[in-house]
Design a binder for this molecule. Structure first.
Ligand code: UD1
Ligand code: CA
Length: 474
């Protein structure tokens, strides 16, 4: 479909009063990403970033910073006086900059985040085919309350006579089933001609973009509606936290369905929290109550047991995460086994076939192939070779109160249980550290190092003590 004549306006200046939140509405997240980023992603499938105009106002700097990396343009709506007023600012922007407006304008709402590219394409094609001045995307959800209603000249006709906002519905219109999605196509010249005729004589005292429909009809211009052929969720708005969470659940279920269609087994998907961008290979099994977040990529044949949380991680094939692992901004090589209750803090790089066991915490650690730290350790700011055994309770003392220091452990070294490695420290290849050692000096390759006091044993000490102890007075 030819969409090159389309520019896109995204209305994102509103405060979101009904959310009762300090955060601007369009920066609230569903499926792990802000509403506005979802809308921009859909917009970019129709037009290049240079033709996408994001209208911002409430907390404009915060909103701009949050989406600047997408490359879209911004238009400021300093006071938010309604959706019609938002588009008036876009018109003023074109006049002030001398930029030529696009022939057609696709208008999106920053709080309608589930809209699919295919539906937008269908809308743009319909708009062109109908040679309309305005085309409204509509739906008939089970409960239309709260939405503007689209009134057609007759049920079967595409022609629209008006859009009536909820608060202005007459008693006999209260059950009108067809809602305005807040997504429209305009012939830009027709829109711009009528924007200045909008008034604020309505329940909210705002300039309603929806009133443009009746103005165009009065001017004998063609206004039509297209009922969305996609799921109703696609066109639902998020005005309250409850509505937002409904959309979040819908989006996550769609993500789970996409992954299941690609061969991933997800038990009880409704209990899992999987962000929209996550990629998982086939034959990986996700148990109930798992969270997989951010930009995480997972290979095939893995298993994530319940209560595991993985964020922004790269995970190879055949990786086992037992119950309750937390993996943040880290990399895990194929065949590694972790947990239960392993905690990988950012920049942990766990090699292939490595084992990280229960209650082991890592941070900025590079661990080589087949190395093991199976129980109760803290490994931070360390480079650990391959085939290393880290005994239970080993701690790298990486912080002197001011600076962080490195621990380096060579290939096939053996670190006895309960060792304390005071960084900066180097332990050579194949070296042995005796259990319960406090190691403060470098250990060369091939050496055994003991850093503990000798054991003293006093035979018969207990019975001697009992004999010499006086009986208590009380
Ligand atoms: C709007 C429509 C309604 C439709 C519904 C669909 C109007 C008057 N009503 O109502 O018919 O059924 O969307 O979801 O348009 N915004 C600005 N500047 C402003 C005001 C709003 O940019 O001055 C932005 C908001 O940030 C939001 C979008 O426009 O992203 C829609 O505004 P909102 O106040 O949520 O409109 P609704 O009451 O939902
Ligand atoms: Ca809304």
């Amino acid at each position: 479909m030819e969409t090159s004549s389309f520019g896109i306006a995204i209305m994102a200046a509103g405060k979101g009063t009904r959310l009762k939140s300090r955060r601007p509405k369009v920066l609230h997240e569903i499926g792990g990403q802000s509403l506005l980023l979802h809308v921009i992603a859909a917009a970019k499938t129709i037009a290049p970033a240079s033709q996408i105009f994001c209208i911002i106002g409430h907390e404009a700097d915060q909103v701009r910073a949050a989406v600047a990396s997408t490359g879209v343009s911004f238009v400021l709506q300093a006071d938010q006086r309604g959706t019609g007023h938002a588009l008036q600012q876009l018109k003023a922007h074109f006049i002030a900059t001398g930029q030529t407006p696009p022939e057609n304008l696709l208008v999106l709402s920053g709080d309608v985040p589930l809209i699919k590219p295919s539906t937008l394409e269908e809308l743009c094609a319909f708009h062109l085919a109908q040679r309309a001045a305005m085309t409204i995307l509509t739906a008939t959800p089970p409960n239309p309350t709260g939405y503007g209603r689209v009134l057609r000249s007759s049920d079967a006709a595409p022609e629209v006579t008006a859009i009536v906002e909820q608060k202005s519905l007459k008693p006999d219109q209260l059950n009108a089933p067809e809602i305005n999605s807040g997504i429209y196509c305009f012939r830009t010249s027709a829109l711009f001609t009528h924007l200045d005729s909008l008034s604020t004589t309505n329940a909210h005292g705002e300039f309603y973009l929806t009133d443009v429909a009746a103005l165009l009809v009065a001017d004998n211009q063609r206004v039509v509606a297209l009922k969305s052929s996609g799921s109703v969720d696609e066109v639902l708005g998020a005005n309250t936290i409850e509505e937002m969470m409904h959309l979040d659940a819908a989006m996550r279920l769609a993500t789970a369905r996409r992954l299941m269609a690609q061969g991933v087994t997800i038990f009880r998907p409704e209990t899992c929290v999987i962000d929209a961008q996550v990629e998982i290979g086939p034959d990986t099994v996700i148990e109930p109550y798992v969270q997989i977040l951010g930009s995480t990529k997972v290979g095939s044949d893995c298993r994530f047991a319940s209560y595991t949380v993985v964020q922004d991680a790269q995970i190879g094939d055949k990786v086992l995460l037992r119950n309750g692992c937390i993996v943040l901004q880290s990399t895990i090589g194929s065949g590694a086994k972790l947990g239960p209750y392993a905690h990988l803090r950012p920049e942990s790089e766990i090699g292939e076939e490595a084992h990280i066991g229960n209650f082991v915490e890592t941070k900025k650690v590079k661990m080589g192939r087949g190395s093991k730290a199976n129980h109760l350790s803290y490994l931070g700011d360390s480079t650990i070779g391959s085939g290393v055994n880290i005994g239970a309770g080993t701690i790298t003392c990486n912080y002197d109160g001011t600076h962080k220091h490195q621990t380096v452990i060579g290939n096939n070294a053996f670190i006895g249980s309960n060792s304390t490695l005071v960084a900066p420290i180097n332990i050579g290849d194949e070296a042995y550290i005796a259990a319960a050692s406090c190691i403060t000096e470098d250990v060369p390759a091939d050496a055994l190092s003991l850093g503990r006091s000798r054991q003293t044993t006093k035979p018969g000490w207990v019975s001697n003590r009992k004999r010499t102890q006086r009986p208590s007075c009380d």
